[in-house]
Design a binder for this molecule. Sequence first.
Ligand code: ASP
Length: 377
Amino acid sequence: MISLFMRFLTFCYEMSDIWLSLQDNIALIMCEKPKNTSVLLIYTGGTIGMIENLETGVLENFNFEQLQKHVPELKQTNCHIDSIQFDPPIDSSDMEPEAWRKLVKIISDNYTTYDGFVILHGTDTMAYTASALSFMLEDLAKPVILTGSQLPIGVLRTDGKENLMTSIEIAAAKNSDGSPAVPEVCILFENHLMRGNRTTKINAENFNAFRSFNYPVLAKAGIHIKYNQSVIHAVDTSQPLNPHYLLNTNIAVLKMFPGIHENVVAAVLAIDGIQAVVLETYGSGNAPRRKWFLRLLHEASQRGIVIVNVTQCSAGTVEMERYGTGYHLLQSGIVCGYDSTTESAVTKLMFLLGHGYSPDEVRDRMSRSIAGEITIN
Ligand code: ASP
């Protein structure tokens, strides 16, 4: 009976792999398990390292030594693990660009010493951090894996242990030629390894908290970890890491809804110092054709405000030439955000504006992929 059940489980697992490979039309490849490798674990905070305050019932951060106590398995890997922690650890709702700079500095300072990096991070803003790091770590040729959990690591049913152990294995994994298996910024959650700048947090309750709607998963962890090599960045490992620290946060996100008032749109576009707006439109990039709306967008574009059109839909891409309602936006000087997530568009704008590009240069670069964050057909 048990063996029948096991065969059924194996069958389900295999079928999901077959589905994955059919979906992406790619081969799934297993990589070398870590041996004599070293990983730097960077603990920033988040639920994974929280503990319940028995008086208030509120989850509060605890330190890395306590975290290690709950994961004795850390000592059993073949991989050498060092750790570094934010002091104090932070709930990721408090994440700021300053902390992204700190992460870039830690990775850059330790780049040659370690084979890979695992960042323990709260889930709430993990997709923003992963997106930002993908732009800030230019020419990255080593794995940077962000993970966390929905339940604290001290809780019996925690998802944190598995996420942590799998992330370490991936950060240390090598191809047969010795090169890193996944040389890019990723999020590992509930057995799925995803390109960081393609992810969105989609669930505040279930263990599958993240999805990458517009890009295939890079690897899937089951009995083995199987890598989708054809969708993983091919990198030049001879290039040194080029870390970037400049970010400009003069950005707003404006989400369209039926009945939005003219004074709301006008107020956002008139914010003192605003340099870019991520406009969340409907469907394939559509918005109302009202005169006041198009006029406000046109005038803001003329003033040098970069307006990027991303869709409110979880999956799919902006095609501004598909409907008249999108075409009018194009004519008002709005830039197509393609299949970008809002998290990626916001952090890419911060990165580009931070580097002092002119509005037209920013518009041009928003229409090109920098770190695999958009697909342009
Ligand atoms: N509020 C927590 C955070 O993002 C939630 C989590 O870690 O899942 O830091």
